[in-house]
Design a protein around this ligand. Structure first.
Ligand code: ADP
Ligand code: MG
Length: 610
């Protein structure tokens, strides 16, 4: 079945149900919609971007109280009484809520988002609690008793004061959010967001400012929570602090987890299951556990254990697999329409120009000196190999050359600019591409998405453009470029395969394709041939020679001596962090220090680090 028909059918069922279902069920559905908006934000923040927040209910409270306050604030209400302006107050309330939530989220984000592991969730608990107590203590917000007499939303002459009428607004808002988030995830910015969870270091090397992206995602989730609070207030028409406490925040996470924390529709499923189950559980006789125990919490706890035991990723992925027979496969991307030439192109440097230069780089890890005063340069149109035994300090040096790590002493120049103290993304901006010895890919994503991530800096469309699908032309160009690099690296045909399901050798090649998609001038490859078979190695060598002829400077760490000796123009040998020799392959092969320190060891040792 085509996607459009399926969507129309769902919509039709929804409309019929909306007319026919009893009032009570409709009001439950309204709650499902209101909760789903918060949970959607959590899905993006936690499931996709990898940040956990136990404080979302506080942002819901901010949205709820902002509109509650402005709609009941006597001086304003009296002034506008009887005019048409009074019906605009709820909208003003929405704006106020979004503004306060947005600003607060930005500040809280800056303060807490770089905390690691469980410190971030702990912090969110702390500020979630403090907002809750604030709502209860502020006199002008009604203290613990709350606020009443909040007006319903009116649109022209329509008073949306029933669950059936206001529910339409709720579900329209929800569908709107699902639409824009779906678009966002499926875009250049979405790729960057998906890399935040497990691969921040790699994302920075692709030019992505991960701190800023995390703050933006955090803010987006807060804005959605605030919108949900606004809906809640005009639905209930009275508010008190209770629905915005810590246990509400935990319930939102619960909904996200049972629905499937990586899936947008999982949010709606989780919120639906939660709301309806809770409603039925509330009617359960209290005899079982006694009056003082909240039966539903116990049952929910057990339910969560059971669900997670069987469906670790939540229920949505399982359910959507069940509907596979409908054939709702993703639409083919319109590749043919646009050409990669729409993307920004970097001017190529003159052959022989120095691209990258290390001056006396020293790196210490505590007492261990991994690099000792290493100097080296890389020219346009050459292949420079860096060799040395395991633990010699090669990968450490690469990290310094690419800004992933800072040197203890000495400096690195890229395109004649001193890069000391600069983050990895600035290296990427100036034309440096790299691969990692320990492959860093988004393993569940298709190869093409992984490679397109490398072209991140060549696109410009931002979040809003992505949300409203104004980025399609550029996105198409990015994918065409990614596809071109995939084919060029010999991986044509596997563009839609999840990267993690290819062999490790091929995954290394994906990393090369990803680096090439960024159109680098200097390319750093950390053991690219490890795990490749003979013919694959030959293809890789051909590719590198072709890149060299196009004027790229390639610095390569490699253990396969035959491969290196045939390929490299120059070789630098390091041992125990020191440069012990530099020269052409022939010179290196005859250098007694090298033979002694490196080539003297048996073949097994040389090839063992794979
Ligand atoms: P190579 O890539 O040449 O095999 P590495 O650069 O990975 O060597 O490692 C060089 C030395 O530095 C090794 O002794 C390694 O244990 C040490 N080392 C690397 N990274 C770190 C780190 N983050 N902290 C402490 N020691 C490290
Ligand atoms: Mg290494």
């Amino acid at each position: 079945m085509k996607q459009v028909y399926f969507k129309l059918l769902c919509l039709l069922i929804f409309v019929i149900a909306w007319v026919l279902l009893p009032d009570f069920t409709i009001s439950l559905l309204d709650y499902v919609g209101i909760y789903s908006v918060v949970v959607l934000g959590l899905v993006v923040m936690t499931g996709i971007a990898g940040m956990t927040s136990f404080g979302q209910a506080a942002f819901v409270g901010i949205g709820a109280y902002s509109t509650g306050w402005i709609c009941t604030y006597a001086p304003i209400v009296q002034m506008l009484e009887g005019t048409v302006w009074i019906s605009l107050l709820p909208w003003l309330g929405l704006l106020l809520g979004l503004m306060i939530a947005g600003i607060l989220a930005w500040f809280l984000g800056l303060l807490t988002l770089n905390l690691s592991s469980f410190y971030l969730p702990l912090c969110t608990i702390a500020w979630g609690l403090s907002f809750f107590y604030l709502f209860g203590t502020l006199e002008f917000l009604g203290g613990h008793t709350g606020m009443t007499g909040i007006p319903a939303l009116t649109l022209g002459n329509f008073n949306l004061d029933t669950s059936r009428t206001f529910g339409i607004v709720i579900w329209l808002v929800l569908f709107f959010f699902i639409w824009i988030l779906n678009n966002l995830i499926d875009s250049r910015e979405g790729r960057a967001i998906q890399a935040l969870k497990s691969n921040r270091l790699m994302a920075e090397s692709m030019g992505i400012n991960t701190t800023a992206y995390r703050a933006k995602v955090f803010m987006l989730a807060a804005l959605m929570a605030s919108t949900s609070g606004w809906l809640y207030t005009h639905f209930q028409r009275f508010i008190n602090p209770t629905p915005f406490n810590l246990s509400a925040s935990i319930e939102y996470i619960f909904m996200a987890v049972i629905g499937g924390v990586g899936y947008l529709w999982g949010a709606v499923l989780g919120a639906g299951l939660f709301t309806f189950t809770k409603n039925y559980l509330q009617d359960m006789p209290t005899q079982i556990f006694g009056n003082n125990v909240s039966t539903e919490s116990i049952i929910f706890g057990l339910l969560m254990l059971v669900i997670l035991q069987y469906y670790a990723n939540g229920l949505w992925p399982r359910l959507s697999r069940q509907f596979n027979f409908l054939g709702l496969a993703k639409k083919e991307f319109p590749f043919g329409k646009y050409l990669a030439s729409d993307l920004s192109v970097r001017p190529t440097p003159d052959l022989g120009a120095i691209l990258l230069k290390a001056h006396q780089v020293t790196k210490r890890f505590g007492g261990l000196v991994a690099n000792q005063s290493i100097s080296l340069d890389l020219k346009a149109g050459e292949i420079h190999a860096l060799i040395g035994p395991n633990g010699a300090g090669k990968s450490t040096f690469f990290n310094i050359l690419s800004g992933v790590d800072a040197s203890s002493e000495g400096r690195v120049e890229l395109m004649a600019e001193n890069m000391f103290g600069r983050p990895a993304r600035h290296f990427a901006e100036r034309g440096l591409g790299r691969t990692f010895q320990h492959v860093r890919l988004l393993k569940n994503q298709p190869v093409i998405e992984n490679v397109a991530l490398g072209a991140h800096l060549r696109g410009q469309c931002g979040w809003l453009a992505s949300m409203f699908r104004l980025d399609r032309k550029e996105e198409s160009a990015l994918r065409v470029e990614a596809l071109k690099q995939i084919r060029r690296c010999g991986l044509g045909g596997s563009e839609n395969t999840p990267a993690g399901s290819l062999s490790l050798g091929k995954q290394r090649i994906i990393e090369i394709a990803r680096a090439l998609a960024g159109q680098p001038m200097a390319l750093l490859l950390d053991e690219p041939a490890a795990g490749l078979r003979h013919l694959e190695k030959k293809a890789l060598a051909d590719l590198l020679l072709q890149l060299k002829s196009e004027g790229l400077g390639i610095l390569i760490i490699e253990h396969d001596m035959e491969f290196v000796m045939h390929l490299a123009d120059r070789i630098t040998v390091i041992d125990f962090g020191h440069v012990i020799a530099e020269g052409t392959p022939t010179e290196i092969q005859m250098n007694p220090r090298v033979l002694d320190a490196y080539l003297g060891v048996s073949d097994e040792t040389i090839g063992s680090e794979v």
